[in-house]
Design a protein around this ligand. Sequence first.
Ligand code: HEM
Length: 417
Amino acid sequence: MGGVPRDSRPDSTLALLSEGYRFIGNGCARHRSDVFETRLLFRSTLCMSGAEAARMFYDSEHFQRRGAVPLRLRKTLFGMGGVQELDGEAHRSRKAMFMSLMSSDGIRRLCEQAEKHWRASIREWARKGRLVLLDEVQQLLCRVVCEWTGVPLPEAEVVQRTRELTALLDGAGGVGPRHWRARLMRMRSEVWLGRLVTRVRAGRHAAAEGSALRTVAEYRGPDGKRLGPRLAAVELLNVLRPIVAVARFVVFEALALHEHPESRARLLEEDDDEAYEHFVQEVRRSYPFMPFVVARVRRDFTWKGYHFPRGRRVLLDLYGTNHDARLWERPHEFRPERFRTWDGSPFSFIPQGGGDHHTGHRCAGEWSTIALMKVAARMLTRGMRYDVPPQDLRVSLSRIPAEPASRFVIANVRAVE
Ligand code: HEM
């Protein structure tokens, strides 16, 4: 094909599994190009990295989402028929439903509820000797998101529901049992939330005005129709699942505070919102979370002399773009103060996708993620004291989603009121 450097391997799926977050960056370095072609899951796939590629990727004239996401991710992480796979008017309308939940008032309530649950959890942790922070924060955020969205969560179900919601992401990047477990958990969660939506519509469960539960239950698409209960469950899960997943970023915040004690000292010293904001942004830039996003070429076009044929699957490297040395000085150093002078480009800093939140596919929950991470950073620095016992804190870039091997154990927690 017209000029795009091509991998010689017959299929690179195994290389993707072993190279993980570095897969696209390695390929670009090998081919000395921002774009290369390879075969993944036995399909020709174009892989791209960098801000220019991101700008092009988010041009909906060039790319579409329909038919882009492989079935194994639709059956686990995303569900079938959700906002991620829509284009055009159907996408804009469904996306507006999500964005209506992200008002400053909505996010303020989310943070208040988060702080309340953090303080309760810290008191609880103080009674335990040691605990695994990732597991605990996932449960904490499961309580928060259920309260915020209006989904009832009896205390006895917290552990099980957290397990279901975390499996969707954890299983998405896995093969074998990890993957099959995620499929089962998706079926269970969709039944759970589909029944709840049906009860709301029948007037058998009251959902507060403006809550995600009520918003999704009442939403009507451009065709004037409501979402079927299963699809409504898919969209509710698009709020529940990622808010619980913010726990992964929280653990990376704890890791950053541990690995860079000067950051903790600065936050304790300065106590201004901007210092917390820069810390959170640098955690989102530095640590691995979503490796890439996927789309398909809508119609033939040429970019930088490379031919992009209609229908071809394309991956945009999020991790690599956030570590691109052309965009970030000494990209592998943890330096929150770099955000003091960051130009705010929607294509260079893309941990949760790029482009526009309303008209494109950029993450609907980016502002709520930042807000929840700020609450967490405050709690980890000012709301509690804790010890970090010896453990294996290495983060393998082969495992998607990434996490410290020990999932971050803390001990001897003391609440600071
Ligand atoms: C889309 C990452 C948190 C809701 C995305 C995308 C990424 C992403 C990479 C895809 C962008 C694209 O396709 O171009 C993350 C990460 C999070 C996070 C790393 C941290 C935990 C959240 C939260 C919510 C949320 C908290 C909801 C409260 C969504 C939705 C979409 C999306 C609904 C689909 C948007 C669309 O297709 O138009 N996210 N996200 N995410 N995210 Fe997030």
